[in-house]
Design a protein around this ligand. Structure first.
Ligand code: FES
Length: 181
């Protein structure tokens, strides 16, 4: 018996398994190629789209001055406290100057006398940060906890087109800034 002939003659089952393995490998290769081309296409498409962060505008309207209640109004989505005293308005950021948590407005049961920058004043409310305990007087002055700086006051103005109050978060103003309308 010719053993080499037996060894070389592949049975139909063996041939079938070889061809199915080859087609499987071809499929994997084609799949990889398709995935590579798709990734390349995505990268090319992505390079055409500018990297833009869509953040809310820093200048925005908050309604007509008369629409604000007397006292304090908290604009939660803007993290801003807006104060109205008759016809004067001011706005302070609720972002803690430590790590940015939102400070809470705290009305004091009794106004307290404090000395800030050599001036003795009566403070009727404060801002307290729930994260690490920073505290601020009513004018935003930091006096307790890790906050390194006062709260930021922002410019208010009237919109020339419709008379609404406008806040500009990019415009920081002195803590005694007031808009009178
Ligand atoms: S974030 Fe306000 S005290 Fe830390």
């Amino acid at each position: 018996m010719n053993h080499s002939a037996v060894r070389n003659a592949a049975s139909p089952e063996v041939l079938g398994s070889h061809s199915s393995r080859r087609s499987f490998l071809q499929k994997i290769g084609l799949g990889g190629l398709a995935a590579g081309l798709a990734a390349l296409g995505f990268q090319s498409f992505r390079s055409l789209v500018p990297n833009v962060l869509y953040e809310p505008p820093s200048k925005f309207k908050i309604g007509p001055p008369t629409g604000l209640a007397e006292g304090v109004t908290f604009l939660e989505d803007r993290r801003l406290y807006v104060f109205r005293s008759g016809s004067t308005y001011s706005a302070v950021s609720a972002a803690c100057t430590h790590l940015g948590c939102t400070v809470k407005y705290m009305k004091l049961q009794q106004p307290k006398q404090v000395e800030v920058n050599g001036e003795v004043r009566s403070v009727p409310f404060e801002f307290h940060c729930p994260c690490h305990g920073s505290k601020f007087y009513d004018d935003g002055t930091n006096y307790a906890g890790p906050a390194p700086a006062p709260l930021r006051w922002h410019r208010l103005e009237l919109s020339p087109d419709d008379g609404q109050l406008m806040v500009d978060l990019n415009m920081e103003v002195e803590r005694n800034f007031r808009l009178t309308v």
